[in-house]
Design a binder for this molecule. Structure first.
Ligand code: 2HA
Ligand code: ZN
Length: 269
């Protein structure tokens, strides 16, 4: 059977980018077994032929009504699929879904009936929020970075913007490339609507949020941007941990230097 990517170079490139990021997540050790998930909103590159494609699955209830997603299309990593496999065979380990006109169910349309990620509720809620707020963000990445997750086991780091300030102060790039910092979401059951709702609330102020003792969720214009922010934050966490393992508390950039950076780069916070 012909792949939906055939003769569609723009869509194929977007899926290839997801596969590339999936490979990075695995190489970084952030994606054990089926850990993590990626979804991208591909509605912009959908043509009439795709719009008329028949579903290859039953309709599945999302569990909530997401009005901005009516008629949208997403490429999603499959539930229980491995990032390292998504990297090599994206269309066997992910699928394209269409949100039905009731805004509360979806159907799979290509290439194979691979059921989408267990965190679909939070991913689709994030996309619904992004569209509703007029954002041009199209990608959501959830992953389990060892260093950042470890830091959430210290209650002192869970207070608002404590981790943001600490990570920003390790290396100037982190504030420049993750200018809204890191939101914190108290522990909630994976895949739950509680987690989805808390994530969406936090996206009003942050592009990257930490799910306490679980992982991060990042949104961006494309999958590379979403990945880069987590990578940058993780680099800062590594610098902090390396200094600590050398036996000293890292000094961090001073408030004055941070302010200078904010002005020079015209940063939002
Ligand atoms: O997809 O990471 O949070 C596996 C997960 C769930
Ligand atoms: Zn997870």
């Amino acid at each position: 059977m012909k792949s939906i990517l055939e003769n569609r170079p723009v869509l194929a490139k977007q899926v290839a980018d997801v596969a590339e990021v999936a490979g990075y997540l695995w190489q970084k050790g952030w994606a054990e077994r089926n850990g993590g998930n990626i979804t991208i909103n591909i509605t912009d590159v959908i043509d009439d032929e795709i719009r008329n494609m028949k579903a290859i699955s039953d309709r599945v209830e999302i569990g909530s009504c997401l009005p901005h997603l009516k008629g949208c299309y997403f490429f999603c990593k499959g539930t229980n699929k491995r990032m390292r496999d998504l990297a090599r065979w994206p269309m066997e380990n992910g699928s394209v879904i269409r949100i039905c006109d009731d805004c509360s169910s979806y159907e799979i349309i290509a290439d194979k009936p691979v059921a989408p990620t267990s965190e679909l509720a939070s991913h689709l809620s994030m996309h619904n929020y992004l569209i509703g707020s007029g954002s041009n963000y199209k990608a959501a990445v959830h992953t389990h970075p060892i260093d950042l997750v470890a830091m959430t086991h210290n209650p002192a780091f869970l207070k608002k913007d404590v981790l943001t300030k600490l990570l920003w102060s390790m290396i100037p790039e982190t504030r420049a490339f993750c200018p809204k910092g890191l939101g914190i979401i108290p522990y909630a059951l994976p895949s739950s609507f509680e987690l989805a709702n808390a994530t969406v609330k936090e996206l009003a102020d942050y592009d990257v949020v930490m799910w306490e003792k679980h992982g991060v969720c990042s949104v961006g214009e494309n999958v590379m941007e979403a990945f880069d922010m987590v990578d940058t934050l993780s680099k800062s966490a590594q610098i902090y941990l390396t200094a600590k393992s050398m036996g000293f508390e890292p000094e961090g950039m001073s408030d004055k230097l941070m302010e200078e950076l904010k002005v020079a780069f015209n940063l939002p916070k």
